[in-house]
Structure formats: structure tokens, C-alpha cells
Design a protein around this ligand. Structure first.
Ligand SMILES: Nc1nc2c(c(=O)[nH]1)N[C@H]1C(S)=C(S)[C@@H](COP(=O)(O)O)O[C@H]1N2
Ligand SMILES: [Mo]
Length: 217
């Protein structure tokens, strides 16, 4: 199969999804709710913790975030510098590949767009590699990272994000399964080449669209 075929299949899958959603729009409240739930997911009210088992403790005065690689303006931010950037707020649903979804999470942090404006990726930058304090890595395309809903978040429901959920700062890529949302973010690397991360080299999909069930490769 050529890449063109893959692209066509994805297009067809999204169009099928739009058709389904259109049908559900006029349905009962239950169906409207169901419409928010990607295939194979179930809604939870708690917020499960998933990681490699080591939850790094990074005091704010030691915390640094490096933004580097194929950028015009590599930067290392400390906590004060991060908080001095324009702050944004958003509400989004989380979808985990282990089949839970949690609706209406209220986040505060810095938009990915703000970091792009700051670091200015060079023309050859096509991929973004997220490196975390626990050695976890994950990869997304620059196009995905540039979605307006991508954020680096420090606050959830008005409270600092707990250490177990990736505080002081984690990535949030709400349109993708949650394994793409690196906790304890330490470095954002822009790259001409793709670098599949921890789970991507262990059988997870290289993308991760919950609506297309891009769970495993
Ligand atoms: N640094 C880091 N980020 C990570 C992980 C990890 O092990 N280390 N696990 C990922 C996976 S597989 C999931 S499902 C989500 C879980 O986030 P949560 O524990 O806040 O629910 O974090 C993702 N981000
Ligand atoms: Mo996960």
C-alpha cells in the first residue's frame, strides 16, 4: 500500500466519523454524551496515574525547561521565566490508550504556540521530541504540536498539578491519546528527523488519534 492509500483511508475514516457524529447530534442526551467518547473508551470520574514507576521530584528552584534543536532561538527557561510568559486556560477531555476518558479538565499553563513564537523552529524542523525528567520520551509532528489546543500545563482544576500527574509542568496534547502528553517535561527538541519515543518503539502507534483508534502499530 502506498502512503497515498493510507492518507485516503484516514480521510474516509474521518468522514465516517463526521457522518456518525452528525447522526448523533439529533439524538437523545445519552447519544450526545456517547458522541464525546472515542471508540473503545469508557468515561471515568477519577484520574488514573500511569507512568514508568519513578515519579521525579523537581523542586521549582531546580526546575529547568530547555527548548532546543532545529530552532533559531534555543532557550532554557527557569520557573520564573515560564510563569512570565503569557498564560492561557483551556478545558479539554483526556483519552488514555488503556481505555479511560475523562471529560472537562480545566487547565492553565503556556500555549505550545507561545513556545513556538519564542524558539522559532527552523524550516527543516518537522518533528517535536518531548523529553521528561524520568527519561520518558515521546514524539509528535510539528504540525500536531502547533495545534492551538496544545499546552504546557502547571495547573489542573485551579490547583498545581500533583507530582504523580507530572507536576510541576507537563505537556497536554488533548487530541491524541495521553501517552503523547509527557509528564515532568524537561526538554522540547525540534528535529528534522522523527525519533519514536519510549512507547512508540514498544509497539504503540507513531501517531495516536483516539477517534481513529491509533493505539498500536
Ligand atoms: N514523563 C512521563 N510522561 C508520561 C508517562 C511516563 O511514564 N513518563 N506515561 C504516559 C502515559 S502511557 C500515560 S497514559 C499518561 C498518564 O498520565 P496520568 O498519569 O497523569 O494519567 O502519561 C504519559 N506521560
Ligand atoms: Mo498510557
Amino acid at each position: 500500500m502506498t502512503d497515498g492509500d493510507g492518507f485516503k483511508e484516514k480521510l474516509i475514516a474521518s468522514k465516517e466519523r463526521w457522518a456518525r457524529e452528525g447522526r448523533l447530534l439529533t439524538g437523545s442526551p445519552d447519544l450526545q454524551r456517547a458522541r464525546r467518547l472515542p471508540p473503545g473508551q469508557r468515561e471515568v470520574k477519577n484520574w488514573p496515574v500511569l507512568d514508568l514507576g519513578a515519579q521525579p521530584n523537581i523542586p521549582l528552584d531546580k526546575w529547568r525547561l530547555s527548548i532546543d534543536g532545529a530552532v533559531e532561538n534555543p532557550v532554557v527557561l527557569n520557573w520564573e521565566a515560564l510563569k512570565a510568559l503569557p498564560q492561557s486556560e483551556s478545558v479539554s477531555d483526556m483519552h488514555c490508550v488503556t481505555q479511560w476518558s475523562r471529560y472537562d479538565n480545566r487547565w492553565q499553563g503556556v500555549s505550545g504556540r507561545t513556545l513556538l513564537d519564542l524558539a522559532m523552529p527552523r524550516a527543516e524542523a518537522k518533528h517535536v521530541i518531548l523529553h521528561a525528567y524520568d527519561t520518558y520520551t515521546t514524539n509528535v509532528t510539528l504540525e500536531v504540536f502547533a495545534d492551538p489546543d496544545v499546552m504546557l500545563v502547571h495547573t489542573w482544576e485551579g490547583r498545581p498539578i500533583s507530582r504523580e500527574h507530572g507536576g510541576p509542568l507537563r505537556v497536554l496534547i488533548p487530541r491524541w491519546y495521553l501517552w503523547k502528553s509527557a509528564k515532568w517535561i524537561k526538554r522540547i527538541e525540534f528535529s528534522a528527523e522523527d525519533k519514536p519515543g519510549f512507547w512508540e518503539v514498544r509497539g504503540y502507534h507513531n501517531e495516536g488519534d483516539p477517534w481513529l483508534e491509533q493505539r498500536y502499530s
